[in-house]
Unconditional design. Structure first.
Length: 133
C-alpha cells in the first residue's frame, strides 16, 4: 500500500477513535454522555477523593494549563469545585460536588445494569433496562 493511503487511513482511524471508545463504554441514558472523555476521566479519578491540579495533570498526561481548562469547564457545569488544602491555602484541590458525585453514581449504576443485562442475555434471558435498574 502506498504511504499517502496509509496516512489517510491512520488519520481516519484516529478521528474515529473517540466515538468508538464512547460507544464501547456507553450506557443507556448515560448522565455523563455529553462530557468529553477527558472531563469524564477526571471525574472518575476524583471519585477516589480530591486531587491537586498538578497530580491530576500528571495522572492525565496533560499540561497544567490544559488541566486548568478541563477543571474550569467541569466547574462551570457544577460537576467539580476547587477547595483549598488544609495545611497550605495556596494549594487548590479539585473535588466532585454533590451533583458530580450523584452523576458518577448514576453512571456506575447504569454500567452495572448494562453488564447485568449482557450477562443474562448470554444465558438466554431477555431483560430490559427498567427491570435491571
Amino acid at each position: 500500500m502506498e504511504e499517502p493511503i496509509l496516512l489517510r487511513q491512520a488519520e481516519t482511524i484516529a478521528t474515529l477513535m473517540p466515538a468508538v471508545a464512547r460507544s464501547l463504554f456507553a450506557v443507556h441514558n448515560d448522565v455523563a454522555a455529553d462530557l468529553p472523555l477527558g472531563q469524564l476521566r477526571v471525574c472518575g479519578i476524583l471519585e477516589e477523593g480530591p486531587q491537586s491540579m498538578s497530580a491530576l495533570s500528571r495522572e492525565m498526561g496533560v499540561s497544567l494549563s490544559a488541566m486548568t481548562q478541563i477543571a474550569d469547564r467541569l466547574e462551570r457545569s457544577e460537576w467539580v469545585r476547587r477547595v483549598a488544602e488544609d495545611n497550605d491555602r495556596r494549594v487548590r484541590r479539585l473535588q466532585l460536588t454533590p451533583h458530580g458525585e450523584a452523576m458518577m453514581r448514576e453512571r456506575k449504576k447504569g454500567r452495572i445494569a448494562k453488564s447485568y443485562i449482557k450477562r443474562l442475555a448470554s444465558l438466554g434471558y431477555a431483560v430490559t433496562i427498567k427491570e435491571a435498574a
